[in-house]
Design a protein around this ligand. Structure first.
Ligand code: GDP
Ligand code: IMO
Ligand code: MG
Length: 435
């Protein structure tokens, strides 16, 4: 059986949703393993556009088993809202939710707002989060006061835990907060009102997934965010609070590392960033604007913030290939560069006289590095192309260059938003044993 992890190789928004949706047909099970409503995964099917936050992108392919793993954090208002939106569009799917996934509760939102405000005011170091309560939810998880989906089954225990959190965090919110009135009974009542909607979906997804695996089902793990937003390996401190990397699929679901057969890295033709933090290859403002216009959508799918665009960064991509153990790359949005005479690529950074070929461990160092930009000839007419032979020669040469740099083959090329604007360049690498 095939167990594939799909991960983002930059700072998120690489087109993971499109790739997972496109691959879903070949798999039996699609599972998310980290993040929460901070994710915004866009899938276009015909004239219909879906933006998924908590639900795996497999929900859009009929007949699949979809799983929300223990590594995710769940805002039940957002999740049930997403479910209602799909119901309104008559979309039917099977969904299982881990009883160990942690809940994002009203005090997490309040704490995040207070923390961002303090960071901005005191040291001008706001992270620019998505405001979905993600960091504080993972904080209470590691602090061991977090509350899980499974805790909804025992209202008294649930209330006790909410009170413990309110007692602990109230002094912080009194100083830095917005004067939010947080009441344990109200929080419990609100959360319990969502419970009937998800009750029958809650289970121990670690056993479920291992069972699926033993029965020979093909499993696809959908990463959210990207490698450079990983809490350990990203541009700390401007990162998210989970593990978007392939290793996160194990801790975030209970599937053993030995089960994973392949890892596909989604590499957008150019990196983008929302929120704070350096991006060495940032494009000049005018080109940034042109690229955003050409893409039509470099606006955050979750927060509607403008995404900053950069030239292709091979230092970052080589790092992502290493950390994730990529078996192949899905190159997305090549069509956005259609018509560009010249493209600049960065194979190394420099710092004074020094050439830097390794991605640094912190944003502090990354901010000091300058890109060594090298011009290459651009390409044209790739939008909607579905066969490799029809691709412009300069793009073919560029793909070879990616492969040389990363020492990983490019298996998929995405030439547009739609499912079928896709080239499967190396089918044997992505569907190794799937008929
Ligand atoms: P994700 O978070 O990684 O799933 O990516 P997002 O959905 O946030 O952002 C990717 C955007 O690019 C979405 O609007 C997609 O519809 C779009 N997209 C994905 N692949 C392609 C492609 O090959 N070409 C173009 N033009 N757009 C694409
Ligand atoms: P998808 O799955 C792009 C960024 C935020 C901020 C940092 C921390 O759509 O690729 P958080 O709310 O997670 O605490 O914010 O991470 N960020 C994303 N950027 N795409 C995402 O998800 C992101 N999720 C978080 O902008 O810089
Ligand atoms: Mg996104």
């Amino acid at each position: 059986m095939v167990v594939t992890v799909v991960v983002g190789m930059y700072w998120g928004d690489e087109g993971k949703g499109k790739i997972v949706d496109m691959l879903s047909d070949k798999y039996d099970v699609i599972a998310r393993y980290q993040g929460g409503a901070n994710a915004g995964h866009t899938v276009k099917i015909g004239d219909e556009k879906y933006v998924l936050h908590c639900l795996p992108s497999g929900v859009l392919t009929p007949g699949k088993e979809n799983v929300i793993g223990n590594g995710m954090v769940i805002d039940l208002q957002s999740l049930t809202g997403e479910m209602s939106d799909l119901a309104a569009k008559n979309k039917k799917y099977n969904l299982y939710i881990s009883n160990s996934a942690h809940l994002t509760l009203p005090y997490h939102f309040a704490l995040e707002k207070a923390h961002e405000r303090a960071l901005e005011k005191n040291v001008d170091k706001k992270i620019g989060t998505t405001g979905r309560g993600i960091g504080p939810t993972y904080t209470t998880k590691t602090e061991r006061t977090g509350i899980t989906v499974g805790d909804l089954r025992n209202p008294d225990y649930f209330r006790e835990k909410v009170q413990i959190n309110l007692d602990w965090y109230k002094p912080i919110l009194d100083v830095f907060g917005d004067g939010e009135k947080l009441d344990a009974d109200e929080i419990v009542a609100q959360q319990l009102s969502f419970y009937p909607v998800i009750k029958d979906m809650i289970t121990n997804t670690a056993y479920l997934l291992n069972d699926f695996w033993k029965k020979g089902k093909h499993i696809l793990f959908e990463g959210a965010q990207g490698t450079l937003l990983d809490i350990d390996f990203g541009t700390v401190p401007d990162v998210t609070s989970s593990h978007p990397i392939s290793g996160g699929a194990c801790t975030g679901t209970g599937i053993p590392p030995t089960a994973i057969t392949d890892v596909i890295g989604v590499l957008k033709t150019y990196p983008t960033r929302v929120g704070a933090g350096p991006m060495p290859t940032l494009m000049p403002d005018d080109i940034n604007e042109e690229v955003r216009k050409a893409a039509g959508d470099e606006i955050g799918a979750t927060t509607r913030r403008v995404r900053r665009c950069g030239w292709p960064d091979f230092v970052a991509a080589r790092y992502a290939a290493m950390i994730n153990g990529l078996t192949s790359v899905a190159l997305t949005k090549v069509d956005v560069f259609d018509g560009r005479q010249q493209i600049f690529i960065c194979e190394n950074y420099k710092h004074g006289d020094k050439i830097i070929s390794e991605f640094p461990a912190s944003a502090y160092d990354l901010a000091k590095y300058k890109p060594e930009l090298r011009p290459i000839d651009g390409w044209n007419n790739t939008a909607g192309v579905t066969s490799c032979e029809k691709l412009h020669d300069n793009l073919k040469a560029y793909i070879k260059r990616i492969e040389q740099n990363l020492e990983v083959p490019v298996s998929i090329i995405s030439t547009g938003k739609e499912r079928d604007s896709t080239i499967i360049r190396r089918p044997e690498l992505i569907f190794p044993k799937v008929a």
